[in-house]
Design a protein around this ligand. Structure first.
Ligand code: GTP
Ligand code: MG
Length: 316
């Protein structure tokens, strides 16, 4: 393409800097499409820029969003380039179509100790395997929002795969985040790091816990959902831009309204349900066993499988 820079994010629009983009996101205008469909006058007011500048930004956003006509055949060709990271369980790989996909978001939700974090550790190791051996030969960005990252577990899992544990740990960039601001900022500033370190997998464990803790009560729900929405869209943008896989974990809450069936629902409601490409529901079974249910996938049927969480990592 002749254009010097492709427009992918708000910041890429003419006259929109980091601060202005942040203002827009806070006002709910968190995507190019939303800019494209906002009246310049409104945009000018929301962003605190001149009407002329707003007109230019809207025009650029409209242009950027009309390049999206693609034939089914072109998409099929592109999908051939989609990478997959093995979960180290054959059954789980088969259930989800070969592994955790790049260019998309895989969500694991379930109760405490159901194995969500353990699968994250496994993927952090497996992403580093060579292509053709279940990996993407890449580094990993690990957002630890709960303080549960355990390098010792990585060492055990790496050893079980005959990998050099030190080298594997070197390739996992861990960011311990204590607030939603830190969590959001880490991703806003991740582009350079991802490119330089060849990050092929982003893990956010967990996506929701800080949001849940910070935005309490019904009054804060709207703001929480809006921030969560923009955060998860940022993940999808990074997944597309750099062809990387994203693995997020999510807790469940009891839903006393349900009398029959499973009385738990994942946190985050529709915001996450719509944004996650593939959703996995984790349940504890006997001892090391965990039942994984594929709840939502664009191209695989629903189904279940059983994995084991062992000292050496995830197994069939
Ligand atoms: P929350 O983060 O609390 O919501 O749970 P989670 O789903 O992330 O749980 P996690 O993946 O941390 O699973 C914890 C379970 O994994 C423990 O109850 C153990 O059964 C198992 N586990 C953790 N560490 C080890 C280990 O070193 N060896 C083995 N065999 N199992 C482990
Ligand atoms: Mg966990």
């Amino acid at each position: 393409m002749a254009k010097d820079k492709a427009i992918r994010e708000l910041e890429d629009l003419p006259g929109i800097g980091e601060t202005t983009a942040e203002k827009l996101r806070t006002a709910g205008i968190d995507s190019l499409d939303k800019v494209a469909t906002t009246a310049p006058h409104d945009l000018s007011e929301l962003a605190g820029i001149s009407v002329d500048a707003a007109k230019k930004a809207v025009a650029a956003a409209q242009e950027a969003s009309t390049v999206n006509y693609e034939t089914g055949e072109a998409i099929l060709q592109k999908r051939k380039d989609i990478g997959k990271i093995t979960t180290s369980s054959k059954e789980l790989d088969e259930l989800i179509g070969g592994g955790i996909e790049t260019n998309g978001i895989t969500e694991a939700y379930g109760r405490f100790a159901s194995g969500k974090t353990q699968l994250g550790f496994q993927l952090a190791v497996d992403a580093q395997l060579p292509k053709g051996k279940g990996g993407l030969d890449g580094a990993v960005l690990f957002l630890d929002t709960e303080g549960t990252f355990r390098p010792e577990r990585i060492v055990e899992i790496a050893k079980a795969k005959d990998l050099d544990p030190t080298a594997v740990l070197e390739n996992i960039i861990v960011v311990r985040t204590l607030t939603t601001e830190q969590q959001i900022l880490t991703l806003e500033r991740a582009d350079k790091l991802i490119a330089e370190k060849n990050v092929k997998l982003i893990i956010v464990d967990s996506l929701t816990s800080l949001f849940r803790a910070e935005f309490l009560g019904r009054g804060a729900l709207g703001e929480r959902q809006q921030k969560l929405n923009s955060h998860i869209h940022r993940l999808q943008t990074l997944a597309d831009k750099f062809s990387i896989a994203v693995y997020i974990t999510n807790q469940v809450m009891d839903n006393p309204g349900i009398m029959f069936g499973d009385p738990t629902t994942p946190i985050g409601g529709n915001v996450i349900a719509h944004a996650a490409t593939t959703r996995l529901y984790f349940r504890k079974s006997k001892e090391e066993k965990r039942i994984i249910r594929l709840v939502d996938s664009p191209n695989m049927p629903e189904g279940e499988c059983i994995i084991k969480v062992t000292p050496d990592g995830i197994k069939d």
